[in-house]
Design a protein around this ligand. Structure first.
Ligand SMILES: [Zn+2]
Ligand SMILES: [Zn+2]
Length: 215
């Protein structure tokens, strides 16, 4: 569904899945395709929004956990899009995929085409890439300046924060990353799981809450 402006949200559908977001334009960017188990459903939901899978030019992962990059390959095969990830997540990727298999999460093999730079997309799809480690070493948040909107992966959620007990996780780094993004004055906070948060005051209160209880 269209959330705001050119940003679309495809809510997570079950265990091993995540929220998928799409920033539409030239190029159209798909953020965290989720689990391959829900591929058909995602494609149907996109079709209902008038989005054709072929228009996706870039696939960006906020991090390499299997619930976020499981459907990278099928989406790449359907669209020809390039897959981008933070440089510091590449080493972590192999572990993530093995970890996923251990829990019975299917992740079709994919190759990373390029590392994320300071920005991704252009014009109305331009997103600032913020390195926000803690949940994993190369976790990123993507910031849309015009909409004051942040796609934060598993950094922070409604009433919670990302786990730091996986290998490569760090509670200190997570706290620093949350501190960094909490000052952005966001209108929209789009996490990798759970609800989307709207409104500066609500988002400010959420940051206050998680800082008080989890950090
Ligand atoms: Zn994760
Ligand atoms: Zn996740």
């Amino acid at each position: 569904m269209r959330l705001v402006g050119n940003v679309y949200w495809y809510p997570e559908r079950g265990l091993g899945d995540c929220n998928t977001y799409l920033v539409r334009g030239d190029p159209t960017i798909l953020v965290d395709p989720g689990s391959p188990r829900y591929l058909r459903r995602r494609l149907r939901e996109m079709e209902e929004d008038g989005v054709e899978v072929e228009e996706i030019g870039l696939i960006v992962n906020t991090h390499s956990h299997p619930d976020h990059c499981g459907a990278n390959r099928p989406f790449q095969e359907l669209s020809g899009a390039k897959i981008l990830i933070h440089r510091e997540e590449e080493d972590h990727l192999k572990f993530s995929l093995e970890f996923g298999r251990y829990f019975g999460m299917e992740v079709p093999r994919f190759e990373v085409d390029a590392y994320l730079g300071e920005r991704v997309g252009r014009g109305e799809t331009e997103l600032l890439v913020l390195h926000t480690p803690g949940h994993s070493p190369g976790s990123v948040s993507l910031y849309h300046e015009g909409l004051r909107l942040l796609l934060c992966g598993d950094l922070v959620f409604e009433g919670g924060v990302g786990r730091t007990d996986f290998p490569g996780g760090s509670e200190e780094e997570l706290a620093r990353s949350i501190e960094r993004v909490s000052g952005l004055g966001l209108q929209y906070l789009l996490p990798g799981h759970g609800s989307v948060l709207r409104g500066e005051e609500r988002i400010r209160r959420n940051f206050e809450f998680v800082k008080g209880y989890f950090l």
